[in-house]
Design a protein around this ligand. Structure first.
Ligand SMILES: [Zn+2]
Length: 53
């Protein structure tokens, strides 16, 4: 899974449909409809969704 934000091709695989980019601290979900959903993890540990085109 290539990170859609920074282009990092070495994202970590958390589970079958979840990936993590350690470059920009984003979790990448692949939904059932093969739609990408991104979750930004901020420095204090809170998360908020961001949307890729
Ligand atoms: Zn990234």
């Amino acid at each position: 899974m290539k990170c859609p934000i920074c282009g990092n091709e070495h994202t970590g695989k958390l589970s079958k449909s979840r990936y993590f980019c350690s470059n920009c601290f984003v979790e990448i979900f692949l939904s059932k409809k093969n739609k990408l959903e991104l979750l930004k993890i901020s420095e204090d540990g809170s998360t908020y969704p961001i949307y890729a085109n």
